[in-house]
Design a protein around this ligand. Structure first.
Ligand SMILES: Cc1ncc(COP(=O)(O)O)c(C=O)c1O
Length: 214
């Protein structure tokens, strides 16, 4: 159990933050440990030292309600293919005042507002960051996927997954044959990663080494 706690000692992150920190990038839900990070706290710590927060919500957006305003993150990214959408596209959310203050990172069609002999002005976000012909088909398909998930209801999907995971725990883990990688975490998601119990003794040290070296 100590190993699990060491892996997710989030206070270590708080101690690493300083006025030199510009951007804190964290995942919302880990695809390895099933953990859900205390994003609002992390955002408060980061903002306290003047840093911005980018949340990787690839594993949370399709499975649970995610409210950017209550989490108070500055940017959020998620990928389409984890939300029943096509591959090759995802999305970036950013607070509008931040996006408006940022220069474009690519030049191309539709990101220019006016062109003068000696300078150009840029389009407002989001066009400013979408130079060239966008992935139109993928964007339409992603929109359809979001409509599909919204039609079912993210809360409904979340509640269903809670039931599924509970069923899995009761069915498999009581037998002691399988062990969940994140079962001791205080706050875990509805994802479930598990290994045969006997293998966990080998897997955890390797996993820990892997995460420490990243
Ligand atoms: C938290 C998280 N972020 C990012 C990714 C990678 O996303 P993509 O496949 O869109 O590159 C994954 C993949 O599993 C993930 O779990």
């Amino acid at each position: 159990m100590r190993l699990y706690l060491q892996l997710l000692n989030i206070i270590t992150l708080k101690e690493l933050l300083s006025r030199k920190t510009k951007l804190v990038v964290v995942h919302h839900v880990s695809n390895v440990l099933d953990s859900v990070l205390p994003v609002r706290d992390i955002a408060n710590w980061a903002h306290g030292v003047g840093a911005k927060v980018l949340l990787d919500a690839c594993q949370s957006v399709p499975h649970m309600p995610v409210d950017v305003q209550s989490l108070n993150v500055d940017f959020l990214v998620a990928s389409s293919h984890k939300m029943c959408g096509p591959i090759g596209i995802g999305f970036l959310y950013g607070k509008i005042d931040l996006l408006s203050s940022m220069p474009p990172f690519l030049g191309g069609g539709e990101m220019i507002s006016d062109v003068f002999l000696d300078h150009s002005t840029y389009a407002e976000p989001l066009s400013r960051f979408e130079a060239g012909t966008p992935a139109i088909g993928e964007a339409i398909s992603l929109g359809a996927a979001i409509d599909y998930l919204s039609g079912i209801g993210i809360q409904t999907i979340h509640d269903y997954e809670v039931d599924l995971v509970r069923y899995m725990y009761e069915g498999c883990f009581q037998s002691q044959i399988f062990a969940s990688m994140g079962r001791h975490l205080q706050k875990r998601s509805n994802k479930l990663h598990f290994v045969p119990s006997m293998l966990r003794i080998f897997t955890l040290p390797i996993l820990r080494q892997f995460l420490i070296n990243r």
